[in-house]
Design a protein around this ligand. Structure first.
Ligand SMILES: [Zn+2]
Length: 109
């Protein structure tokens, strides 16, 4: 079972109280972007086995969006943080590096 903590209101609950919103840290393609870049923005997603960054919404709570860093194989949650960021906080990246030696943050932008 996946247990998440909403960083906005502080409630910790199982995933049924939340709704997954797909991959986090996507960079929007503006009007000057070409069709290939726009297609990638719409349809191309990471699907890693291991560390993944996702958007979640606290639908049965405060209703706010946030980001979660978790492992897709073990469901271990490394941390949740504000959706108003362009990359995971350093503390969460450090926590992942401690638990997954060799892992490094890759900026997908
Ligand atoms: Zn909340």
């Amino acid at each position: 079972m996946l247990i998440l903590t909403c960083p906005v209101c502080g409630v910790t609950s199982e995933e049924t109280e939340f709704h997954a919103g797909g991959e986090a840290h996507l960079t929007r393609v503006g009007p000057a972007g070409d069709e290939e870049a726009f297609g990638d923005y719409l349809f191309t997603r990471e699907n890693p086995r291991g560390v993944h960054f996702e958007r979640w919404r606290h639908v049965y709570g405060c209703g706010k969006w946030f980001h979660a860093a978790r492992c897709t194989t073990t469901l271990e949650v490394f941390g949740t943080y504000s959706a108003q960021t362009t990359e995971p906080p350093q503390a969460i990246r450090d926590r992942i590096s401690q638990k997954r030696p060799g892992w490094i943050w890759r900026d997908f932008a």
